[in-house]
Design a protein around this ligand. Structure first.
Ligand code: MN
Length: 350
């Protein structure tokens, strides 16, 4: 009888020490982001699920100091856990809660700082550019600068901007720009759009417990059904948290999408929704250190579409590394997930 996944009999042999471990959803901040978010929090009158968390972070403590640190404790933790490289991104909500001018200016500053950090620690960091989708035209310019001049490795957007998703045509220039530059766009969570968040509020489910995944999964699904990938076939999207639950739901999405294919509210697609998910998306393991889900995603998406991530400092580095070290999967797949896919997808030198 085959042992149950996760049981002692199913454990892989102890991991060799020599993996190159690249972690692909690792957060940092700069003091200027903290300062401007302190203003936003101070000026807010009603409950906002993202500002609720910002308020906590800004109060100080381990999370605050770990987000600011890129030269010290972070590198020691990486060394201790055998993590070679963090792919850094400005922590959620990035610059997306600011007005267009402030957001664009802070994105530029954050990207400059990120490039300096990467230069200061050769081989230890890579980075995703922050942009302000509030101003799509300037966001496109910043993407081009971040990739061409700063040599960053992709772009990150924290789900909705002012309640809107990137499936809105006004944001398509951003999607066209990343595709033209052959870099991926990481769609990182934030709390749900206001209409969705209201239903989660009574039980306080609007954050990572469920709301982030519901928000970001919906965002990705709306990109798919909007026909964006027929327009921009080489657009590459990254989702964290093992694909924000979409892999589990692909069968049902295909089935219901096909049955309602004459639905006038949606464009006809050239392929099934799951085909786009397999071709245009990669997922990371951030915050989902659970072998059965990893094995399921491997079966559904294949080993070329999954990358290791910790979600430092929001999740524990040692736990994420131990999860992947002990994953009951082939050594070949483990090498792809730990570093091979990230090197290819984010153009990180091998
Ligand atoms: Mn994260």
């Amino acid at each position: 009888m085959k042992p149950e996944p996760g049981s002692a009999a199913h454990q892989a042999p102890p991991a060799k020490k020599s993996y190159r471990r690249i972690a692909t959803e690792e957060a940092f901040t700069i003091p200027e982001q903290m300062d401007v978010m302190r203003e936003v929090v101070a000026n807010s009158k009603e409950y906002d699920p993202d500002l609720f968390l910002w308020n906590r972070t800004l109060a100080g403590g381990t999370l605050y100091s770990r987000l600011l640190d890129v030269d010290d404790e972070r590198l020691r933790i990486m060394d201790h856990d055998g993590v070679a490289l963090h792919l850094l991104s400005l922590t959620s909500t990035g610059v997306q809660m600011l007005d267009a001018d402030k957001g664009t200016a802070l994105a530029t500053l954050a990207n400059d700082r990120l490039a300096e950090t990467i230069r200061r620690h050769p081989g230890r960091y890579a980075g995703l550019a922050t942009v302000a989708p509030q101003d799509p035209a300037r966001a496109v310019k910043e993407i081009e600068r971040a990739i061409h001049t700063l040599k960053l490795n992709g772009v990150i957007i924290n789900s909705h901007t002012n309640g809107e998703y990137l499936s809105e045509p006004k944001y398509w220039p951003i999607l066209e720009a990343v595709a033209a530059l052959d870099v991926p766009l990481y769609i990182h969570p934030r709390s749900p759009v206001p209409a969705m968040a209201a239903a989660y509020r009574p039980d306080h489910l609007e954050h990572a417990i469920w709301g982030y995944q519901a928000e970001t999964g919906l965002h990705a699904l709306r990109l798919i059904v909007s026909g964006v990938f027929d327009r921009i076939p080489n657009l590459k999207i990254i989702l964290g948290h093992m694909g924000e639950a979409l892999p589990y739901w692909l069968y049902r999405i295909d089935d219901r999408h096909h049955r309602a294919r004459n639905n006038k509210d949606r464009p006809l697609l050239q392929q099934r929704p799951s085909d786009y998910f397999k071709q245009n998306f990669k997922i990371t393991t951030s915050g989902m250190n659970w072998h059965p889900v990893l094995q399921f995603c491997l079966a559904v998406l294949g080993a070329d579409n999954i990358m290791f991530a910790i979600d430092y400092p929001y999740q524990d580095s040692d736990e994420a590394v131990a999860f992947m070290n002990t994953a009951p999967i082939s050594e070949e797949d483990k090498e792809k997930i730990f570093h091979g896919n990230a090197e290819r997808v984010f153009h990180i030198p091998a």
